[in-house]
Design a protein around this ligand. Sequence first.
Ligand code: PRX
Length: 693
Amino acid sequence: MTNKTHTEERTEATEAQIAVHWKEEQYFQPSKAFIEQANMRDPDIRKKFGEDNFPDCFKEYADMLTWSTPYSTVLDTNNPPFWKWFTGGKLNACFNCVDRHLAQYRNKAAFIFVGELEEDPPVALTYQELYVRVNEMAALLRDFCGLKAGDRVTLHLPMTLDLPITMLACARLGVIHSQVFGGFSGQSCGSRIQDSGSRILISADAYWRSGKLIDHKVNADIAVKTAKEMGQEVDKVLIWQRYPGKYSSPAPMVEGRDFFVNDVLERYKGKRVEPVSMDAEAPLFLMYSSGTTGKPKGCQHRTGGYLAYVAGTSKYIQDIHPTDTYWCMADIGWITGHSYIVYGPLLLAATSVVYEGTPTYPDVRRPWRIAERLGVNIFHTSPTAVRALRRQGPEEPRKCNYHFKHMTTVGEPIEPSAWRWYYEEVGKGEAVIVDTWWQTENGGFLCSTVPALDAMKPGSAGPALPGIYPVIYDDDDKEVPKGSGQAGNMCIRNPWPGIMQTIWGNDQRFVDTYYKRYCKNPKSKDWRDWPYMSGDGAMQAEDGYFRILGRLDDVINVSGHRLGTKEVESACLTVPEVAEAAVVPVMDEIKGRVPDVYVSLTPGAENSDDIAKRVVKACEDMIGKIARPRQVFIVPDMPKTRSGKIMRRVLGAISNGRDVGDVTTLANAAVVDEIRTMVQGKQAASGEGQPKQ
Ligand code: PRX
């Protein structure tokens, strides 16, 4: 299975090779107890959301929101593929998440914060208290920072309640928030500040991770410097303190630029800010994601459609009720956290748990103690976390007295054996599991079982969600017959309310990346001519369930997070001695994939361990720890085609201990053997040679 546009250069879709060979599994049925309480029990739901009722079916989701002005048109397709949803309508995201719940749920917890240090007890924040804090923060953003609707603000915040408070305060004003994952480096943050044109950076002094209080303010300084070098000035840096009133970073505060949020907030005590009524199509936030080229793209999400889609999917797929205590272990800095820690649960007046630290700190029983202590009944995590928790503590869940009714897995394919452990051990055989497939671009889930209606099948994400009509294309752009089990490129035929509006500041890239390849007629205003290309490989079994096989492009999925190979390669090339760099995904038992780096040196440069170390450091500094290579191989030359393209496919095969295939057409075939001996010799010595799945 190849993507025609990059056949020669692309690394193999190794996920596909594994997942295609998983055998069809037996079904698991949801329990009677779950079905009886489920939000969605209508067996005709997919018919109701069928093509005959498109796009009006999505009114059901829009009706879950409170509109200050009702919408007049459900879907406007006048300018494909720039779809508009619920036009004419106005609403405020913060009002929908907070204010409208006060009458009924004023003193119910909106969030429960669990710090990493176990001796610090969890802290509940009620809807009323959230309302107060968000209003004060909104007043600060408006009056101290001069922000107004449509401005962008970059957030680089760790997992404390300061993050959702800041997001909701922005939303209250119609300010577009752009939260950069807290684990990303200062430089990554800086380039996102520049791309989004933010004048204000909101960061923090420190946070707890794996038992250490990590200095984070240092990243704010690097971010501002990077943005400035790229041409974007930052006027103010707001610093939330991990311990209000105490500064936990050695980095000095810059006079006139840096301010402690807690100090400035004193001026806005008791202030109330009217929520600004925004057009349904006004952007709500940006979320940067890696793509096939070096520069991350700012996925721009709209207010009305996005909120409608996360409300609907949180209600029907996550089965969230206001009485539930819901814990999604992702980071709010990823799309999962935006949609399914903050906006979705709050729209439904649930209690959402925010955990600061690592799941395995101080020991592997920690998540289950948290679940027991807080009475969590809905749990949401990634296959990487499931694999790590299983490996380190397979019997730990049974030692804690919690009961989940519902569990989610997201971000990567989950192998059936890990699925079964999740089901039997973590879910104690009582909880349903939804394997939800979607992407940063999509706003919310695209494939999943509807938990009370569809049987679960380990290793398969399940059917498309109601109102989503997928199609799989083969390499010749022909539709793969439905249910044929044949692999191909996963696309969605129709628009849906959660799909991003565009790439911030780059409409052309949006069209080229997602719509160009399969567009049937660029002049058409009929949505049927504009399938969305996901970039994932998939196959559909006879029962209609989709099995997602992984990325078809130059993106590596590390622990469920996207890393662009080009981004990592650009980081490697900042080391002066490095002439060429190639990054390939290697299978990893826990993280799914990790990057291996191959570099060749400039003439005259001496091969040394120091260069490899600096390559690793460059990846960490420019992207973040998530991009840390497993190994750096300094090679005499890159395997290349006669036209001079680096054959990443060959390097990928070597790193994964696979057959390199036919290399006779290469310009320098001899180097392949040399590299193989170097890599596999090193792996044999460190015991890391073979693929582990
Ligand atoms: O390859 C798919 C994989 O994660 C990619 C999207 O990553 P990101 O935009 O970071 O969003 C992650 C959380 C929504 C997809 O292109 N992916 C996501 N969910 C699944 C998955 N692969 C298999 N099964 C899933 N359930």
